[in-house]
Design a protein around this ligand. Structure first.
Ligand code: C5P
Length: 299
């Protein structure tokens, strides 16, 4: 095998609670990660030497500032073979939106190189490497529905019982994840519904539609709302348009509105498109994983 194609899915956070600041500068969090169908296409090909990266979106860096490039460097180091890599990314996930597009491309490179370069690294080792790239990269190695604790890397797999449709709106300029965390004034008061519902769902390992809507919460919304007030307006517009629940994803600025059906999502999106430029429809999925039957294998 000389090349491999991997779909790098976007993620949303349907719940995100910031627990405390750690001595390493990160925060302990408790979050529910959810993979969505929207994905970049990442093609990794063996080359004679060096790493080259091409992306069809000029906003995306093609050097070490790109997490996928760094991921390739780390995997070449692990593989201990003299080869180069040529990476091509077709970007479908909005960039710097809070949808983990860059992190997902990096996770795709880790998974893809593990197969392409016959590294045979264990999932545990891949998680270790992923964490050097970003707190959400470990989740993106497998995706699906997972509870993330610690920095987000201590993962527990869960099951979402029904598919959700989503209307994603990306409005406003991204502020760095670090600056949103910093702007958070930590309070310990939280409506008890989150704990109650979340504990109940974690105990049975599953969520249904109604439960997920009840769980929606993101501690980073308040500080992000101060840094980019557009998100509050987008939330209001999504609610007015009939979304079953609305929330900012990650550290923003992407906001999603939940719908039970595709046609419901289409009606909401049509209303939002009158006001906003970047409006996308997608749905929750459990992605095929590399190495699984019908997984996204390369040539
Ligand atoms: O891990 P990642 O590179 O995505 O994190 C970017 C920044 O976000 C970190 O440098 C840190 O300031 C903040 N962060 C945090 N706690 C987390 C994840 C990120 O404080 N669990």
């Amino acid at each position: 095998m000389e090349q491999i194609k991997v779909r790098a899915h976007a993620k949303i956070n349907t719940f995100l609670e910031v627990l405390n600041l750690r001595s390493d500068g990160y925060h302990n969090i408790r979050t529910l990660f959810q993979t969505v169908d929207l994905a970049d296409e990442v093609n990794i090909e063996k080359a004679l030497s060096g790493i080259t990266l091409f992306c069809d979106n000029p906003q995306v860096p093609s050097n070490r500032n790109n997490l996928a490039f760094k991921a390739a460097e780390l995997m070449l180091k692990e593989a201990k073979i003299s080869t180069g890599l040529k990476i091509k990314i077709v970007k479908n996930i909005p960039v710097t939106a809070g949808l983990a597009g860059g992190s997902s491309d990096a996770a795709a490179v880790l998974n893809g190189c593990n197969v392409l370069l016959n590294c045979n690294l264990s999932y545990k080792k891949l998680v270790e490497i992923a964490l050097q790239l970003g707190s959400d990269v470990p989740f993106l190695l497998k995706g699906g529905t997972q509870l993330g604790e610690g920095r987000g890397e201590l993962l527990t797999e869960l099951e979402l019982l029904s598919e959700f449709w989503l209307v994603l709106v990306v409005e406003g300029e991204k502020k760095s994840t670090g600056s949103v965390f910093k702007a958070l004034k930590k309070t310990s008061t939280k409506p008890p519904i989150f704990d109650k519902t979340i504990k109940y769902c974690l105990a049975k390992n599953t969520f249904n539609k109604v439960e997920l809507v009840q769980i929606l919460h993101n501690d980073l919304e308040v500080p992000a709302g101060k840094l980019f007030p557009e998100i509050l307006k987008v939330k209001e517009e999504l609610r007015k348009a009939g979304a079953r629940g609305v929330l900012m994803s990650g550290s923003g600025p992407a906001v999603f509105g939940l719908a039970y059906t595709k046609s419901e999502a289409e009606k909401i999106a049509a209303k939002l498109k009158i006001k906003y430029e970047k409006v996308l429809i997608t749905k929750t999925i459990k992605p095929q994983r590399l190495g699984e039957p019908n997984g996204n294998h390369g040539s």
